[in-house]
Design a protein around this ligand. Structure first.
Ligand SMILES: [Zn+2]
Length: 497
């Protein structure tokens, strides 16, 4: 007898439909899985066999062939166990499931028949809805994330033994409560009030947050660079519900949904990370840190220590907001619209050449700064020189709290969204949009003058415009004035004044 069931395999952060065909034939007892399965899928044989027996079903001593279609698609992970088991029960006549073809199933089975959570259940529920399935059956732990998807039934089961009751109609589980998406950072999140003094750094953070600009902080260790970066999510605007769903989809595909942050994500990978770890890779492609920081902040501390190839790999995604991974089956795109924040020491010893204690040889300093300018420098909008805070600053009153800064940031973002469309910020303006910014005569002269004198590249010219526009949005003025332009040009340089 033949039975078919629908399931999914995870590919990047999207779920691809897989048809499970189960054929049970008389012959020498044998259990084969074909259709490009990986090791975890092949091992489903052992899990399904034990789960069936331990749930009181019979494991047919016949020739069993499971075909996973389409055969050209690589199937990975243990998430197909439940569909294979259901197909086997139907094909062996133990479960008369007429509607099997109209539902989708996903889930791993334990040897005792209980279900175990799968990665990417949110994407799978979406894919099930798109494929026209009436409902998706999945493990109980995955219920809340799948329930975020409207327009499809969600049946959460804790064991394979639940299927007969479900099919007969004697067990009718309620739809699971959907996961609560937290759009705002939790009240216990670190607050910007902890950053004492440092007016330049505070201003740079506020402008970066207001326009979604990338920021590089250069200063000695202990100057508060890491502290500042960790407070950035608390001054960014709350996530829109659609954005929060994107963040949850990525976390779900990486199996990190339990640690889903409240508000925008902040990722701070160590500098030894590989290019694949940073932007994603592998087969099937797995998201990297860039994708995990989608809609949030990617913080690269000790920027000069990162591997050159890793930073190079980040350049294109920074520009397009997407990671493209070429694979045999075609190209996979993973979203990665994040704010880049980086920190670096001014010289190898960290004190800075102007410090009398700096013992770095001029050659070393030169080489180090060469690394700094090579590393993504042309992708950085704001360069902030950070000095060690004075004793008076450290002992002084705490700084302005995040909530107050965030209010100004949100007001500036509102102006941007009104101009550019929902969810977009000045940093994402196309060159054409940047050049269409309203500019006073004085501001235009200032920019043209610098453009001619310093031979600014076209890219740098547009970056200055984007930054000046953010300063104008923060000031609440309709056109970029001379003051905002001068300040923008200043913030793009590494001045210490
Ligand atoms: Zn030094």
């Amino acid at each position: 007898m033949l039975a078919t069931a629908r399931t999914f395999t995870l590919d990047g952060i999207s779920a691809r439909p897989v048809r499970v065909e189960v054929d049970v034939h008389r012959g020498l007892p044998n259990f084969t899985i074909v259709g490009l399965p990986d090791a975890a899928v092949r091992e489903a044989r052992e899990r399904v066999r034990a789960a069936l027996v331990n749930c009181g079903f019979e494991f047919p001593l016949k020739r069993i062939v499971v075909n996973l279609a389409p055969a050209s698609l690589r199937k990975a992970g243990p998430g197909m166990d439940l569909a294979i088991a259901a197909g086997l029960l139907s094909a062996s006549g133990q479960l008369e499931w007429e509607g099997l073809a109209r539902v989708a199933l996903a889930g791993e089975l334990a040897l005792d028949g209980s279900t175990r959570a799968v990665q990417g259940a949110l994407a799978m529920a979406e894919a099930a809805r798109e494929s026209g399935a009436e409902a998706i059956v999945l493990p109980a732990e995955n219920g809340p994330e799948a329930a975020l998807v409207e327009g499809i039934g969600v049946i959460a089961v804790d064991s394979l033994g639940r299927l007969p009751g479900l099919v007969e109609g004697s067990w009718d589980p309620p739809r699971p409560q959907p996961l609560a998406l937290r759009l705002d950072p939790s009240p216990a999140a670190p607050d910007l009030a902890d950053l004492r003094g440092q007016p330049h750094l505070r201003h740079a953070l506020e402008v970066a947050a207001a326009g979604g600009h990338s920021l590089l902080m250069v200063g000695p260790p202990g100057a508060g660079k890491s502290l500042a970066a960790s407070r950035l999510p608390s001054i960014l605007p709350p996530l829109a519900p659609a954005e929060a769903l994107e963040v949850a989809r990525i976390a779900s595909a990486c199996g990190r949904l339990e640690s889903l942050p409240a508000g925008r994500p902040l990722r701070a990978p160590h500098h030894t990370i590989s290019a694949a770890g940073l932007i994603g890779g592998g087969s099937p492609p797995r998201p990297g840190e860039a994708t995990l920081s989608h809609r949030g902040v990617l913080f690269l501390d000790e920027l000069c220590e990162f591997r050159r190839d890793a930073l190079e790999a980040l350049r294109a995604p920074l520009e397009t907001g997407e990671v493209s991974i070429a694979r045999a089956g075609g190209q996979r795109n993973l979203p990665c619209r994040f704010m880049l924040v980086a920190a670096a020491n001014p010289c190898p010893c960290g004190r800075g050449e102007t410090d009398p204690d700096c013992a770095c040889a001029p050659y070393d300093v030169q080489r180090y700064q060469g690394k700094l300018s090579g590393a993504l420098a042309d992708r950085i909008d704001i360069l902030a020189a950070v000095a060690q805070p004075s004793a008076a600053e450290i002992g002084g009153p705490s700084g302005e709290p995040s909530a107050a800064v965030r209010e100004r940031v949100c007001a500036a973002r509102e102006r941007q969204e009104w101009r550019l469309g929902a969810g977009r910020s000045n940093a994402e303006m196309t060159p054409a949009e940047a050049r269409a910014c309203a500019l006073s005569g004085d501001a235009a002269n200032l920019l043209a003058d610098l453009y001619a004198r310093q031979r600014l590249s076209g890219r740098a010219h547009d970056r200055a415009l984007r930054l000046a526009q953010t300063l104008a949005d923060l000031a609440g003025v309709e056109e970029i004035g001379e003051e905002q332009m001068a300040q923008a040009l200043q913030m793009r340089r590494r001045g210490r004044d």
